[in-house]
Design a protein around this ligand. Structure first.
Ligand SMILES: Nc1ncnc2c1ncn2[C@@H]1O[C@H](COP(=O)(O)OP(=O)(O)OP(=O)(O)O)[C@@H](O)[C@H]1O
Length: 232
C-alpha cells in the first residue's frame, strides 16, 4: 500500500473546475515530481492533499486513512509537511526562532538545528538575524530548512527554485537532494533539470489531470514525450 494515494480527485476554486480527476501515488522513501505548464493544477494538487482546497470528489489516503474532510492542521499532525511556494516564515522572528518553532517537541531541538545548519551553513551565520531581513534566497533556504526539521513522513515541496539566482538554486538543490535520502517528497518543480536531479518518478500534469508518468531514466531518454507538456 502506498504512503499517499490520490484517486480521482476533483477540486474547484468557486465554479472553476481545476482538478479533473487526479490519480497519483507516492511510496515511502520516494521523491516524486509533479511537472507541467503554469496553471495546470500542480499547486492545487498539493493544496487538495493539505485540505486547503478540499476535493469535491475523489479520495486522498495517507497511510491508508482518508485525509478528506480533515482540517489542515490535522493533516499536518498526521506527518504531512509543506514547503509552500510563497516562503512562509515568521519575518519578525530570528532564523533560530523560526527553526525552533518548526521542530516538534523539545527533545529534537539540537538535532533539528544541526540538520538545518548543516544543510544551509549561511543560516547558522545568520541565526540571530530577523528572518524578514534575509535575502530572498536565504528566506527560501529557511523555509526549506523549516520543512526539513519538521520530522514529517511526507514533505510537499512547491517550486523550491522559483525566482532564485542560479547559485542559490544549486544550494537549495543540494540540500533537498541530501534531505531526500531519508525523506519522502512530493515536489512541484518547473525546472526540469532540477526535478530530474531530485526525483525518482514523475507525473506530468496537464489540464487538471495526470497525463503521463515515468521514472527519471524514462524522462531523460524520452524527452520529447515530456517536453511537449512543459513548453508554454
Ligand atoms: N485562489 C484561487 N482562486 C481562483 N483560481 C485560482 C486560485 N489559485 C489558482 N487558481 C487557478 O487555478 C489554476 C491552477 O493553478 P495552480 O496554481 O494549481 O497551477 P500550477 O500548475 O501550480 O501552476 P503555477 O506554476 O502557475 O502555480 C490556474 O488557472 C489558476 O489561475
Amino acid at each position: 500500500m502506498s504512503l499517499l494515494e490520490l484517486d480521482g480527485v476533483h477540486a474547484y476554486y468557486g465554479d472553476s473546475h481545476i482538478l479533473e480527476g487526479v490519480d497519483l501515488s507516492v511510496e515511502d522513501g520516494e521523491v516524486v515530481a509533479l511537472v507541467g505548464r503554469n496553471g495546470v493544477g500542480k499547486t492545487t494538487t498539493l493544496r487538495s492533499i493539505l485540505q486547503l482546497t478540499p476535493p469535491r470528489e475523489g479520495e486522498i489516503r495517507f497511510r491508508e486513512a482518508s485525509l478528506v474532510g480533515l482540517e489542515t492542521h490535522e493533516v499536518a499532525q498526521q506527518g504531512v509537511g509543506w514547503i509552500p511556494e510563497d516562503r512562509r516564515i515568521f519575518s519578525q522572528l530570528t532564523v533560530e526562532e523560526n527553526l525552533r518553532a518548526a521542530i516538534p517537541g523539545s527533545d529534537g531541538v539540537s538535532d533539528g538545528l544541526a540538520l538545518a545548519f548543516d544543510s544551509f551553513p549561511i543560516l547558522e551565520e545568520r541565526r540571530r538575524q530577523e528572518a524578514g531581513t534575509l535575502s530572498g534566497g536565504q528566506q527560501q533556504m529557511l523555509a526549506i530548512a523549516r520543512g526539513l526539521v519538521g520530522e514529517n513522513d511526507l514533505l510537499l515541496v512547491d517550486e523550491p527554485s522559483e525566482g532564485l539566482a542560479p547559485q542559490i538554486v544549486a544550494d537549495v538543490a543540494e540540500a533537498l537532494s541530501e534531505a531526500s535520502e531519508d525523506a519522502t517528497m512530493l515536489l512541484v518543480e518547473q525546472n526540469l533539470p532540477l526535478a530530474l536531479d531530485l526525483a525518482d518518478r514523475f507525473y506530468i500534469v496537464d489540464n487538471g489531470r495526470v497525463v503521463d508518468t515515468g521514472d527519471a531514466d524514462a524522462v531523460s531518454a524520452d524527452d520529447e514525450r515530456f517536453r511537449r507538456y512543459l513548453s508554454a
